[in-house]
Design a protein around this ligand. Structure first.
Ligand code: COA
Length: 260
């Protein structure tokens, strides 16, 4: 598939999707959101993809937000539709993706950029990264899940402060807040993220998909996470991966998971 605003490459089980509008600090316009959706859909279907990494082109920004030039003259209805469509096409799609999605945050992650990183299953940042939800400085609020996912990740008080001040935190503060799991240099960011992806890929992809569903259930309305865990736990017993994993342990060898 040919893309204008992103680059999607698959090697050694990892699909790296790079948002590629560096002259606009990789801001998410409508087309970029659609392309990200399409690339993710492709990665979901491609059996060669075991892990997805999302990052930004250049040395300055992961994503500096939704493209402000696109919505500056929107009406109330258009504003609501923008948030609803974006959440469905990209942010919820990433959060519920059946394969691990890691955000490699290589610079500014602001507004929709931080919301995209937060929709990913976890985040790794380079030490030049700056993160924030500056929407109230524009007279709007985060609309791509930011008011929900930031408090889940950092706690309500910190999220309130970040959103109300519209300020940015640096990579080390993000680490301290638990917003990112690791901080590396910019040069080492992708290599380090690839290394963690390598550890993930040794495990059962079917079990990982079940774990994603069970963990996410805790944050979904009307879902009982413990019940989803019980159901997913039971489902694992019917998989070839489970047979291989337990057999390999008993035979004192490394498991070679078929991913079924
Ligand atoms: N939407 C549209 N364009 C954006 C953008 C966004 N969210 N963020 C950056 N850009 C564009 C700038 O307009 C500029 O384009 P131009 O060269 O055609 O004028 C280009 O990217 C470079 O940005 P610039 O502001 O010149 O870089 P800087 O280093 O001076 O500042 C930031 C960097 C991130 C502090 C600043 O770009 C910024 O505040 N961006 C908006 C962040 C934001 O509010 N995001 C939330 C949106 S809901």
């Amino acid at each position: 598939m040919k893309f204008q605003n992103i680059i999607s490459e698959t090697a050694n089980g990892i699909t790296t999707i790079t948002i590629n509008r560096p002259s606009k600090l990789n801001a998410l316009n409508r087309e970029t959101i659609q392309e990200l959706h399409d690339a993710l859909e492709q990665a979901e279907e491609d059996s060669k993809t075991k892990v997805v990494i999302i990052t930004g082109a250049g040395e300055k920004a992961f994503v500096a937000g939704a493209d402000i030039s696109e919505f500056a003259d929107f009406s109330v209805e258009e504003g609501g539709n923008l948030a609803a469509k974006g959440q469905e096409l990209l942010f919820d799609f990433v959060a519920n993706f059946s394969k691990p999605v890691i955000a490699a945050v290589n610079g500014f992650a602001l507004g929709g950029g931080l919301e995209l990183a937060m929709a990913a299953h976890f985040r790794i940042a380079s030490d030049n990264a700056k993160m924030g939800l500056p929407e109230v400085s524009l007279g709007v609020i985060p609309g791509y899940g930011g008011t929900q996912r930031l408090p889940q990740l950092v706690g309500k008080g910190r999220a309130m402060e970040m959103i109300m001040t519209a300020g940015m935190i640096d990579a080390n503060q993000a680490l301290q807040y638990g917003l990112v799991n690791h901080v590396t240099t910019l040069e080492e960011l992708i290599e380090f993220t690839n290394k963690i992806s390598g550890k993930i890929m040794k495990n059962s992809s079917v079990a990982i998909a079940s774990a994603i569903r069970a963990i996410n259930a805790n944050y979904e309305d009307g879902e009982n996470g413990f019940e989803v865990e019980i159901e997913e736990f039971g489902n694992c017993f019917g998989t070839e991966d489970f047979k291989e994993g337990t057999q390999a342990f008993l035979e004192k060898r490394k498991a070679d998971f078929p991913g079924k």
